[in-house]
Write a protein of this length. Structure first.
Length: 427
């Protein structure tokens, strides 16, 4: 069993972008080589700016290469909560941005000819309990009437044509959500950014930012110092102590995934005949999909501990138990891949982007990072070009940090996890 992300292991080999000399100056320095940073670099370079991206490891080594490789529609906090917080008009605007984000990913893959298995697989939101299905009925009406989004409600009997499992009590099918191979997408987006003129410097962490009196920043890195007119922080769940203001405004939650041995096309189709993306309705739920080579990927918040080799193994055992509860026919299947990573959550469970003290940022995707990181990279490029209205998250400033003396270490997560697990048992 490999304890590395399947998506990065099965993508084309990435070139070595380390050890290069930094230029003395740039129009834009992007900190972070995940999808947010790569998209920002790509879109900013296409505008003619001189762009330098610095990444402390390899591109895609953080959350961008460690996720479920889903590109799904739907706002992170749900439509009812969005309406309650922001009113119907603003909620609709935000919802439309989350939907448009999937289109942006598709547009880039087509424009840049990125072969990453992008296709509109559709997402099944499956009901783990009967009352969850009742809530889906109301959600379907709300989506259609107030957000212009048509979905299909599937009863437990109808769901059998989509999912070979007796575990669930029905589903809400969104036909337009997409699947892709995120490792290939990261690889292709990095190459597209370089073709547009961006420089990518790997294994070169930004260690300090100094705002200059006349404007711009000095960016100190492990391999030198560069002066930038503008700087973009694109670090999300992997924000370190060099950016303390952002670090304390994010909660980093562990997420873990197992991937089976190849099942063969026929057996894979028996499990999920139409290769849908599957997300269950629990607070501590699972996300499931088939891979392009007919394996089953099964992920979730299996444990509320940081990812490391030992905790990943324990999380993998939990995930295999849960996988076989949902799909008993996989009880004897070998697990070929297991890995963990961090997901950046904001305190109010919605992404945030903007500018603070001259520094641009976008982070806190709350599990919707593949599409929203790509979309927000484009939005930040527009913001840095003098178009603040391009930011769909404008006005949604980070909320006050509710935990005194919090510095980015989420010591309270095991308690929160126990609370939500208890809620799942009761509801």
């Amino acid at each position: 069993m490999k304890q590395i992300p399947y998506w990065m292991d099965t993508a084309p080999a990435l070139p070595d972008r380390s050890g290069k000399d930094l230029p003395d100056e740039a129009d834009v320095v992007v900190i972070g080589g995940g999808l947010t940073g790569l998209s920002t670099a790509y879109h900013t370079a296409r505008k003619g700016a001189r762009v330098v991206l610095v990444e402390k490891d390899k591109v895609g080594s953080g959350a961008s290469g460690r996720n479920g490789s889903m590109c799904t529609q739907g706002i992170t906090i749900g439509t009812a909560e969005a309406r309650k917080r922001y009113g119907q008009e603003r909620a609709r605007e935000l919802y439309d941005a989350f939907r448009d984000a999937v289109d942006v990913v598709e547009e880039i893959t087509r424009t840049e000819k990125i072969d990453c298995d992008f296709h509109r697989a559709g997402r099944l939101a499956v009901a783990a309990k009967p009352r969850h299905f009742d809530a889906m009925r109301a959600k379907q009406r709300d989506l259609a009437e107030n957000f212009g989004h048509e979905t299909q409600l599937l009863t437990r009997g109808e769901l059998k044509a989509e999912l070979s499992s007796d575990y669930y009590h029905g589903a809400l099918l969104d036909p337009d959500s997409a699947a892709l191979h995120v490792g290939k997408y990261v690889h292709g987006l990095a190459e597209a950014a370089e073709r547009a003129g961006a420089e990518i410097h790997e294994r070169n962490a930004a260690t300090r930012l100094t705002r200059l009196p006349g404007g711009g920043f000095l960016v100190e890195t492990l391999n030198g110092v560069i002066r930038a007119k503008q700087v973009m922080a694109a670090t999300d769940a992997y924000t370190d102590k060099s950016l303390p203001w952002f670090r304390k405004r994010l909660i980093n939650v562990g997420s873990f995934i197992i991937v089976t041995e190849p099942l063969g096309e026929a057996r894979a189709k028996e499990l999920i005949p139409n290769a849908r993306l599957v997300v269950d309705s629990k607070n501590i739920g699972h996300y499931v999909r088939l891979t392009p080579d007919h394996r089953l990927a099964f992920g979730g918040r299996a444990a509320f501990t940081p990812s490391n080799p030992a905790s990943d193994v324990k999380s993998g055992e939990i995930l295999k138990r849960d996988m076989t509860a949902s799909f008993p026919q996989l009880a004897g299947v070998r697990i070929d891949y297991l890995w963990g990573g961090r997901v950046g959550f904001s305190w109010d469970r919605i992404p945030h982007a903007g500018e603070v003290n001259g520094l641009y940022y976008s982070m806190g995707y709350c599990g919707h990072g593949v599409q929203m990181a790509t979309y927000m990279g484009r939005a930040v490029a527009e913001m840095m070009d003098g178009r603040p209205e391009a930011n769909p998250l404008r006005g949604l400033g980070f909320p006050k940090v509710p935990v005194p003396f919090y510095n980015g270490t989420a010591w309270f997560l095991p308690f929160g996890g126990a609370y939500y697990q208890a809620k799942d048992k009761l509801r």
